[in-house]
Design a protein around this ligand. Sequence first.
Ligand code: ADP
Ligand code: MG
Length: 622
Amino acid sequence: MALLQISEPGQSPDPHQRRIAVGIDLGTTHSLVAAVRHGSAECLPDEQGRVILPSAVRYMVDERGQTRRQIGFEALAAQAEDSQNTIVSVKRFMGRRLADLPDAGRLPYQFEDQPGMVAVKTVAGVKSPVEVSAEILASLRQRAEDTFNDDLFGAVITVPAYFDDAQRQATKDAAQMAGLNVLRLLNEPTAAAIAYGLDNGAEGLYAIYDLGGGTFDISLLRLSRGVFEVVATGGDSALGGDDIDHLLADAALLDAKMETVTPQDKRTVLVAARRTKEKLSTDGSAHLSCALSGGMLSVKITRERLAELAKPLIDKSLASVKRVLLDAKVKPDEVKGVVMVGGSTRMPAVRDAVGAFFGQPPLTDLNPDEVVALGAAIQANQLAGNNAQGELLLLDVLPLSLGLETMGGLVERIIPRNTPIPCALAQDFTTFKDGQTALAVHVVQGEREQVEHCRSLARFELRGIPPMAAGAARIRVSFQVDADGLLSVSAKEQLSGVEASVVIKPSYGLTDEQVASMLREGFTTAAADMKDRALREARVEAERMLEATRTALAADGDLLSPEDRARIDGLMAQIGQRCDRGDIDALEASIKALADGTEAFAAERMNRSIRQALAGRKLDQV
Ligand code: ADP
Ligand code: MG
């Protein structure tokens, strides 16, 4: 994050013009919105005082054929009766194809495999996961705007650390559809670490243990110079509090000798089990009681009993933690701090087990449901330029340079990184060969000098350039980046006016970690790159010299004596040999030798062409 910061002293925003920026945890089961108010981050409640919004959207069509939708608690309540049209856990479908969802057959939805991403058929039409997520985001945006009675400047939205490009892009698209200005996407574990202020603390390794309702995620982060880097991630996409509910429900039914119950009864017991489990996080014992079709169920459960039941599941989570530490070659005692995220980390048994594993008590002061949203809010507030130091953090800069491939596989930087956007820059290029009528334009992103080390963004061709001598065409290539980070590149031949262009989303699809690593590579290899660049440039120059000499020989070779011709051929052959070797000095010397050795020949050619041009004309016509 710090990599993208630009501080502009003296430009700190007026406190009265504070920009409203929020953090949004777009979760699988719950979503939250938080903002920094009165100096600290807090989650914003709805009208009923609830901060959690169930991530559920129900699509309906009313009597008049109008499409309607319910979002959050209302939708969740209707889930059982209208499961086909009530979409829950949509996060699992973001940026995924049908083939990526192994359990799709067990879900109550009618999926439609669309190019790029699966969609769901509902009474109100086919809905993409992006649209469904946009409904949730729009609802949270509305909540924030109502709270502040003002428009939002922007939002930081969190995503799991393991989300790939397609999933991140889908999240951004959903935000845009919800009318949110995405300041950035932030990894969930990083957000949790920021909520605890770890970014201001000691450098080193931190573990984020996130046990939710249905999933377990473990992330190992490294803090250095105020920036978190994801070192490793792991977990289990089918392990969470729901599994503990099942174990507890089964145990209670067994105690009451009611092992065989109807599916409806089972659902009722599960709800009661969850309530009892949550109560046991604060109380030593509790009654699991509910009315079933065969009579009342009432069983006393102690905290110890629950801990015993949950132990195999907690151990399973610790096995994932071990694997991640092993992968990263890190010992548990090298971890400086452990952050607890997710509702299930409220269970004392979970806290104790994690504490014992790492040999230190985990951080639990903040509400584990809210910690991700709180961290996102803190970062959003900084990005909006509201932080106390008065320094303005601009995210609206290009994270990586944009450029073009030139001869020899080199990159010509057109817009350097950290240039504020929107921006537009142009540069003139020319043709390499005589009579060249097309130009291949290859747009790349990155800090390295060679094309193969940068990221290729797009290729297009400019065709229809009138045949001209090499170097005579004037091709203006313009780069324009708009406020949304959308890049358009156009190439125009100035004499003939022929033009070609493309539109690209440049930084999209790169994670912050990828950006950071591309930057790091760019810095550490700069010296090697410079040398390599010099060599490549010399080779391009050599090619150009050889090409020009060959053309000249073909046209006017008869001007040369056989000895001069042999000498020039020898110089050309020497360049050819030296091109293949890595000695820049030798190559440059032989280029100079050819330039010097053909000087007289060039003068002869000039004389001849002037004579030809003047032939048959009177002096006053010249
Ligand atoms: P997710 O990240 O999967 O959306 P959450 O982080 O909101 O889920 O966690 C939901 C889980 O946390 C549920 O299984 C719920 O029962 C559990 N949970 C919530 N509060 C408590 C509590 N006080 N004690 C134990 N478990 C809890
Ligand atoms: Mg969660």
